[in-house]
Design a protein around this ligand. Structure first.
Ligand SMILES: C[S@@+](CC[C@H](N)C(=O)[O-])C[C@H]1O[C@@H](n2cnc3c(N)ncnc32)[C@H](O)[C@@H]1O
Length: 228
């Protein structure tokens, strides 16, 4: 199948995400993988970290997931990073396929994204209010390690969603994964779609107990881990 050009990140010659079922894929890999619902049952406040923001598909999937679980009074801080921010019209095109199931969520994210100036490096804050509670998105424009170093509060969970390690080894480099381990609370977790050996080894060295679990769609296996 020919991938539409707007779904490809030209900096890495890679897709922003799996084209088919990307919303459901995010729920399986990231939210089931880090047991978000159990965590929110214990504590309504969750501090999330993500490497790379891209078009915000994971944020959209998260809002949809929280709506489906009928949650209330949730307060999420969502720290994320983007080295190559896209334009609003790129974001709209990339998310177009999900308009039918989650159009109302896309509209809210696009509106929030329109309120920030992505030509300025560093933190940008966007707040989205929903019946389930609120999501404060702190988007760092710049390099992932800078964002991790700039975090004051360690994260409860991490979604590692950079481009594949072969196309973009930088976002999986040892130094960065070690820093992510340091900026994770005890009993915190990560989830990612890649099971690459070097990534597994770095995450283990960063303090996570790393485990493979069944994948989604075309992916045989994905990865999750818990910090002891
Ligand atoms: C696979 S895409 C992310 C998809 C995104 N989570 C979504 O669902 O729309 C990875 C993103 O990470 C960004 N990125 C790659 N390397 C980076 C780095 N070293 N620091 C910050 N962002 C980076 C890319 O530009 C891209 O937008």
């Amino acid at each position: 199948m020919q991938i539409p050009h707007y779904l490809m990140n030209r900096h890495y010659d890679d897709r922003y995400f799996d084209v088919v079922n990307a919303i459901e894929e995010a729920k399986h890999i990231f939210f089931d993988g880090t047991q978000i619902i159990n965590r929110l049952a214990n504590n309504k406040q969750l501090n999330i970290g993500e490497t790379g923001f891209g078009a915000g598909r994971v944020v959209i999937a998260l809002m949809d997931y929280l709506e489906q679980h009928n949650l209330k009074d949730v307060s999420i801080t969502y720290n994320t990073v983007e080295l190559h921010p896209i334009t609003i019209s790129q974001m709209t095109s990339i998310l177009e396929d999900f308009k039918k199931p989650v159009g109302h969520l896309i509209d809210q994210l696009v509106q929030a994204y329109s309120s920030i100036d992505t030509s300025i490096q560093g933190w940008h804050r966007m707040e989205i209010k929903k019946p389930f509670g609120k999501i404060e998105i702190n988007l760092w424009i710049g390099e992932a390690l800078e964002m991790v170093n700039a975090l004051i509060t360690p994260c409860d969970i991490w979604f590692l969603d950079g481009h594949g390690p072969k196309k973009n080894p930088d976002i999986w480099r040892h130094e960065l994964l070690m820093a992510i381990g340091e900026k994770t609370v005890s009993s915190g977790a990560f989830a990612t779609y890649t099971v690459a050996g070097a990534v597994r080894r770095s995450l283990a060295e960063a303090g996570f107990t790393v485990q493979q679990r069944p994948g989604f769609g075309g992916k045989k296996a994905v990865l999750k881990g818990m910090k002891g």
